[in-house]
Ligand binder design. Structure first.
Ligand SMILES: [Zn+2]
Length: 507
């Protein structure tokens, strides 16, 4: 007896042929199947968590529940390619800020920071499943901390690197999809490119890929992209630039002229270069990222960094534990209140929050308005660039609740930056391919029934800096593994999310 037959036999013994509680026939949908081809009218049958049939007219079988889609768009569930929505996920299993956007899979372990060991976190998720699926990278900074403790402001020694490689290989076996770095952050900034290449080779050998919040998102952004390409070439690994942006005023409006050469070079070198982007011109991070070489006490450099980021009025403090009342004020406001220059204000904030470094308890955070809309639109339209929120379940930046409907409403419908079927492909089939998820990201027979029902004429984000969790419009229903997790725009309380491990090691 072949394994498949045996498993089917056991399945029938255990579950019989009775309909699954959540089986449903979705009728009269306009299906965007995730491949990028134009939509088509169809009915979709969901049985036992998978798509059992897609056809023009399917007749309901006896007792089969029917869901009338009324011509709304039906797409595979969206995949958020860079998010921090795992923070607090076990305490908020509905993850409504995520699911209401139509997102059914979150890709975590980003910016060099991940759960460790992943096996323990995955066991927790499986014991207490959330509404959404979770896939993860293993973080390079996380491994550095495991091996180097708090002594992180230097390159690793050969012995430390060897130890990190062993830990990395083990995490890849636990199901990590590859290696993430956040080379702009202090725990990782002093890692040499050679160190990252050596680690990436381990990830490549396991069939994984490399994703990076690059070393410098300011004036040296393009040099940082060069480093990503070099890592791809020398480690023979597919690479992805996280939340790609041109965040320094000196680099504004260069996406259309400078970026094509990177994708062309990648092709020449046989490097699979991808990126992800969130659809906002303002970002959220620690105030420390503003000064690229960490020379925080140098008032001249700080002043230059503030100017490069649009000036003190463009930088808004949204978290500041030493004086919580300052949250929401710009650096310019605070400088006026403190009767200091903006550079002196910056230096004072960095000093007052120095205890956060190397911990995972941020004491400050800023929202910086430092991207230009034409660059964001160019990234959104690029075939190799997928979508992310870079958000949190309950974060201060509206991207955590608005990114995907914002792409569909603002950039597809209103600005016509790209066709709807292309945007959906980038959110689904393309992202699933990047993650090696062979049975997700498409509406076709046999695929897992992660689905989103939405109205392309209405869908839009409503979250703002003042109301960062406001739910989007036009997304009435979302399904994960054959169960509705959102219905009538609200969480159903169902938690069918799964841990998605790398295909290479999936049991
Ligand atoms: Zn990042």
């Amino acid at each position: 007896m072949r394994h498949g037959t045996l498993l089917t036999f056991i399945g029938i013994l255990l579950f019989g042929n009775a309909p699954h509680a959540a089986d449903v026939l979705i009728q009269n949908a306009n299906v965007y199947d995730g491949t990028g081809k134009p939509p088509f009218a169809a009915d979709v049958r969901v049985r036992a968590g998978r798509i059992a049939a897609v056809a023009a007219h399917l007749r309901p079988s006896a007792g089969e529940p029917v869901r009338e889609a009324r011509g709304l768009a039906l797409a595979p569930g969206f995949i958020d390619m860079h998010t921090h929505a795992d923070r607090g996920l076990l305490q908020d299993l509905d993850a409504a800020t995520v699911t209401r956007q139509g997102v059914t899979t979150i890709f975590i372990g980003q910016d060099g920071q991940s759960h460790f060991p992943l096996r323990d976190y995955y066991a927790q998720l499986q014991a207490t499943p959330p509404a959404i699926n979770v896939a993860s990278m293993i973080g390079q900074a996380t491994l550095r901390e495991q091996v180097m403790g708090k002594d992180l402001y230097r390159a690793s020694t050969p012995q430390e690197l060897a130890r990190m490689k062993v830990l990395l290989a083990d995490e890849l076996r636990a199901g990590a999809l590859g290696l993430s770095t956040g080379l702009e952050y202090e725990q990782a900034h002093f890692a040499t490119t050679a160190e990252v290449i050596e680690m990436s080779k381990v990830a490549a050998a396991a069939g994984g890929f490399y994703i990076s919040h690059v070393r410098d998102e300011g004036n040296h952004t393009f040099e940082s992209f060069d480093e990503v390409l070099r890592i791809g070439r020398e480690a023979h690994i597919a690479v992805e630039i996280s939340h790609i942006k041109l965040g320094s005023t000196h680099l504004w409006h260069m996406a259309a002229t400078r970026m094509p050469e990177y994708f062309a070079a990648a092709k020449r070198y046989h490097v699979d270069l991808m990126a992800d982007v969130y659809p906002y011109t303002y970002w959220y991070s620690t105030i420390r990222v503003l000064v690229p070489d960490r020379d925080y006490d140098n008032a001249e450099k700080v002043a230059q960094a503030l100017a490069d980021n649009g000036g003190a009025a463009a930088i808004r403090l949204v978290l500041y534990t030493p004086e919580p009342d300052l949250a929401g004020k710009t650096l310019e406001d605070i400088a006026a209140a403190w009767k200091l220059t903006p550079a002196e204000t910056y230096i004072r904030i960095v000093h007052a929050t120095s205890a956060e470094v190397g911990t995972h308890q941020p004491m400050e955070a800023i929202i910086g308005t430092s991207m230009s809309e034409d660059d964001v639109r160019w990234f959104i339209a690029q075939p190799q660039i997928m979508f992310c929120s870079d958000g949190e379940l309950h974060g201060a930046h509206p991207r955590g609740a608005g990114s995907f409907p914002r792409v569909l409403g603002r950039y597809v419908r209103e600005q016509k930056a790209l066709p709807l079927e292309t945007a959906i492909h980038k959110m689904t089939g393309l992202s699933a391919r990047q993650l090696g998820l062979k049975d997700r990201g498409r509406i076709a027979q046999g695929y897992v029934a992660d689905l989103v029902l939405f109205d392309p004429a209405v869908v839009i984000d409503q979250s703002t800096i003042d109301a960062p969790e406001a739910p989007p419009l036009g997304i009435p229903a979302v399904m994960v593994s054959g169960e509705w997790v959102i219905d009538n725009g609200l969480p159903t309380g169902k938690h069918p999310g799964q841990v998605l491990r790398s295909a290479a090691f999936r049991p």
